[in-house]
Ligand binder design. Structure first.
Ligand SMILES: NC(=O)c1ccc[n+]([C@@H]2O[C@H](COP(=O)([O-])OP(=O)(O)OC[C@H]3O[C@@H](n4cnc5c(N)ncnc54)[C@H](OP(=O)(O)O)[C@@H]3O)[C@@H](O)[C@H]2O)c1
Length: 290
């Protein structure tokens, strides 16, 4: 599938339940029927069991109708680990290629990230990978990698409370370099709506939408970011898709643009190792309460 054919909302897969997969498969199919086709996968989720189950979903809807993004997980200790891990995904999913391949975080790399990306570029040439992505790195790291291989996708934390990447200029860099920014935890796992910010409540009332719909609409239409939202509840899947069917005034988008949760956005990220606050944990600080 082509980069331009991706639905504006990706299908989140963290917390898909492999033990009760019948129900979740139905929800995944429902998402697909509503147009969702971007499927990020990680061997970390439930010890690889989520990926194993996804084979059924892929068979059900047809491999060519999905954009599959596979994450390279910890640890890449020698260069062969890159292709071996990709082959594992291909085998488990019974497919010939992935649409996108990316490191899940810089911390998976026990050998230089540049070497890993040269290797991934080789997998593109072999036809096993279509596009190259990257996740959870900082602007310097992104620039460095993008100078040696063409990066097409960046997966990072973004929501109303967590504007770290925007504040650091990474989202602008993506736009300038034709890199599609996909946002994980775009609803901050429903924590933002639960806070009932007054301005958000008012916008929801004004447009006769839910707070989550207002945020999804803003992320897609104003920020031109693709949110990856996990939901296995049909009502909420529909609610999220219906966030696409309205427009807000410029002034109302500005309210969301200008909002900064200083407690979150002033947190210093540890980019050196896996201690301190790492970027993938930013939205979870204090259980998402700040
Ligand atoms: N690259 C990375 O490091 C990274 C890190 C984290 C996540 N991800 C990916 O990004 C995806 C999304 O992130 P996430 O799952 O952590 O957070 P999220 O999508 O912001 O939130 C998911 C949670 O919100 C609920 N929800 C969904 N729509 C809702 C709505 N309209 N109203 C109320 N609740 C709603 C879901 O419950 P129900 O299912 O019950 O609706 C689920 O509990 C993940 O699933 C994963 O694929 C990647």
């Amino acid at each position: 599938m082509n980069k331009n054919d991706i639905c504006k909302i990706g299908i989140g897969t963290w917390k898909i339940d492999p033990e009760n997969f019948e129900k979740d498969l139905e929800a995944l199919k429902y998402s697909f029927d509503l147009g969702q086709n971007y499927l990020p996968l990680s061997l970390l989720y439930n010890n690889g069991k989520v990926v194993e189950k996804m084979k059924d979903f892929i068979k059900l809807v047809g491999r060519e109708n999905l954009f599959i993004c596979a994450n390279l997980e910890r640890y890449v200790e020698k260069i062969e680990d890159v292709e071996n891990q990709l082959n594992y995904y291909l085998k488990i999913l019974d497919i010939d290629y992935v649409d996108c391949f990316q490191i899940h975080t810089f911390a998976v790399c026990k050998i230089p990230m540049l070497e890993i990306y040269r290797e991934i570029d080789g997998l593109v040439k072999l036809g096993k990978v279509k596009y190259i992505g990257i996740s959870n790195v900082n602007l310097e790291q992104l620039k460095q990698i993008n100078s040696i291989v063409k990066i097409d996708f960046f997966e990072g934390i973004y929501n109303l409370d967590c504007k770290y990447y925007e504040n650091k200029g990474l989202i602008d860099y993506c736009k300038e370099n034709d890199i599609l920014f996909t946002a994980y935890q775009p609803l901050r796992r429903n924590k933002i709506a639960q806070k009932n910010y007054e301005f958000l409540k008012q916008l929801a009332e004004k447009y006769n939408k839910t707070q989550n719909q207002v945020m999804i609409n803003w992320i897609i239409k104003e920020k031109e970011i693709i949110p990856i939202i996990k939901s296995t509840n049909k009502d909420r899947i529909k609610e999220n898709i219906e966030a696409l069917d309205f427009e807000m005034n410029k002034e109302d988008y500005e309210i969301l643009n200008e909002f900064q949760n200083e407690k979150i956005n002033s947190i210093e990220i540890n980019w050196n190792d896996e201690s301190g606050v790492t970027i993938d944990q930013l939205a979870n600080q204090n259980g998402g309460e700040i």
